[in-house]
Every structure is written in structure tokens, then in C-alpha cells.
Design a binder for this molecule. Structure first.
Ligand SMILES: NC(=O)c1ccc[n+]([C@@H]2O[C@H](COP(=O)([O-])OP(=O)(O)OC[C@H]3O[C@@H](n4cnc5c(N)ncnc54)[C@H](OP(=O)(O)O)[C@@H]3O)[C@@H](O)[C@H]2O)c1
Length: 252
């Protein structure tokens, strides 16, 4: 496997879960622009993942690959990480970005909802991180978990999603404590960046922005730039969760 460039400098590899669209895709593009080889993980959005990989490979040959898998299937976690490693025989960065998100008002919560929301938002990030440890140790690599301002304060009608992100926030700190000094682990907690693909009422959107100190939604690039900072430039930062939310958490 070739993981060096024409000048024979080492090219680092980043795996971004749920990386084919939206915030994941913006993160993929920025890390790629910063020189990383990228493994784009997707589940149902294979076509988008393939065209993103093609775009990146046109820009820099053999710099992006796609792996696919449903994070509800716990039997694939180790294999996903092995596949990512095998792309370039190294793994430097894991971005746990994939997430399912939808309301589960009390009275309507099913076991399927519980499993679906916990799996992608908490269980998979932990077990992917665990599987990645031996590889990240080799590279003194790092992990970024995608959280939410609602990991700290509940969002109405979203108890399972919020609990999953709260669990992931604790895992971020626990893993940082356990995996140092070899591996850094941090989190990014977005506020209102992109509205969910499922319907959200206009008055709810308006209310959220009114309660955001900067009075506007963020842009995926705000998140991607913070991830790049944590991944590339923050050698002495671990166990931290940075809110990128325009001040939303001041007034939830
Ligand atoms: N958007 C925001 O404003 C906002 C606010 C707060 C927090 N966040 C957090 O920031 C991250 C990115 O947000 P986003 O809105 O860009 O995410 P998103 O579009 O809602 O989801 C990202 C990807 O997650 C993947 N995914 C979901 N369930 C999966 C499963 N069971 N197995 C494998 N992949 C699965 C999907 O991949 P496929 O399409 O390939 O199936 C999806 O494209 C998330 O962790 C989210 O919780 C976002």
C-alpha cells in the first residue's frame, strides 16, 4: 500500500463515519484539503460517498476510499476499522460523525428506537474507538466524537437521542483518560448547523435561532474547521468538548 506522496513524506489517514453528506462531507473535504487520505464510511448513501471519493481522487490520486456498513450491526465494528486501516496500512484519525436523529416522545418509544439511536450515537463510537486503539497507538493518533449541545441539556421529545449523546460525552472524557498518553480524544458539540432532513416546524427553527446568541445558524465549515484544529493542531488538548453553537448553550 502506498501511503506516501511524491516527496516521500508520510500521508496521514482519517476515517470519517457517515461522511458522505452534510457535516460529514464538509469535514471530509477539509481534512482532504489539509493533506489527509480519507476513508469515507457510509451506510445508505453509497452513491454520494462514491461521488465524493471520485471528486477527491480527481483532485489527488488514490487519496480517498469508501467503506460501507450499518452501525446497527455490532458484528461489523472491528471489520470496519480493519478495512479502514488496510486502505493505506495506517490509521491516524477516527471521526465518529454518523448519527441517527429523530423525535421519540415518551409514550411512543420502542426498543427499535432505543437501539437505533443508541447504536449510532454511542455504542458504535465506543466500539469503533476500541477497535482503532492498536492502530492509533502506532501513529499517536486521535479521535473526535461528534456530540450536540443537547448532550448537556435535553431537547424536548428527544430523550433517547439526548441520552445517547450524553453517554458519548462521558465516553469522550473516559476514553481520553484511558488512552493517554498515546491517543487524544476530544468532542465537538454543534448547535444549529443544518436542520434535520426530517421535517422540523418553521416556528421551532425560529425559536432555536432566537435563543442563539449569534442569531443565525452555523455552517458545516465551522464544525469542520474545529475538527481540523483538534485533529491536527491541538497536540496538548484531550478530553475536551468544544461547543460550536453560536452561543446556543447559553440559553437552551
Ligand atoms: N446538523 C446539525 O445541525 C447538528 C446539530 C447537533 C449535532 N450534530 C451532530 O453532528 C454530526 C453530523 O450531523 P449531520 O446533521 O451532518 O448528520 P446526519 O446527516 O443526520 O447523519 C450523518 C450520517 O450518519 C449516518 N448514519 C445514521 N445512522 C447510521 C447507521 N445506523 N449506520 C451507519 N451510518 C449511519 C448516515 O449515513 P448514510 O446516509 O450513508 O446512511 C448519515 O448520512 C452528527 O453526529 C450529529 O448528531 C449535528
Amino acid at each position: 500500500m502506498d501511503n506516501s506522496n511524491a516527496n516521500d513524506t508520510i500521508v496521514k489517514t482519517a476515517l470519517v463515519t457517515g461522511g458522505s453528506k452534510r457535516i460529514g462531507a464538509t469535514t471530509v473535504r477539509l481534512l482532504h484539503e489539509a493533506g489527509y487520505n480519507i476513508v469515507i464510511h457510509c451506510h445508505s448513501s453509497r452513491q454520494s460517498a462514491d461521488s465524493l471519493a471520485e471528486e477527491l481522487n480527481n483532485d489527488r490520486k488514490k487519496s480517498a476510499k469508501v467503506i460501507q456498513g450499518d452501525l446497527n450491526d455490532e458484528t461489523i465494528y472491528n471489520n470496519l476499522i480493519d478495512q479502514a486501516f488496510q486502505c493505506w496500512n495506517r490509521l491516524d484519525v477516527l471521526i465518529n460523525n454518523a448519527s441517527s436523529f429523530y423525535p421519540t416522545p415518551v409514550g411512543s418509544i420502542t426498543m427499535d428506537d432505543w437501539n437505533n439511536l443508541i447504536n449510532s450515537n454511542m455504542k458504535a463510537p465506543l466500539f469503533l474507538a476500541q477497535a482503532a486503539v492498536p492502530y492509533l497507538k502506532q501513529t499517536q493518533g486521535n479521535i473526535v466524537n461528534m456530540l450536540d449541545v443537547h448532550a448537556q441539556r435535553p431537547m424536548k421529545e428527544h430523550p433517547v437521542y439526548c441520552a445517547a449523546k450524553a453517554g458519548l460525552a462521558m465516553l469522550t472524557m473516559s476514553l481520553a483518560k484511558e488512552l493517554g498518553p498515546d491517543i487524544r480524544v476530544n468532542g465537538v458539540a454543534p448547535g444549529a448547523i443544518l436542520w434535520p432532513d426530517n421535517d422540523m416546524a418553521d416556528h421551532t427553527k425560529k425559536l432555536i435561532l432566537e435563543r442563539t446568541a449569534l442569531k443565525k445558524p452555523g455552517d458545516p465549515i465551522d464544525i469542520a474547521k474545529t475538527i481540523l484544529f483538534l485533529v491536527r493542531d491541538a497536540d496538548y488538548i484531550t478530553g475536551q468538548i468544544i461547543a460550536v453553537d453560536g452561543g446556543r448553550n447559553l440559553n437552551i
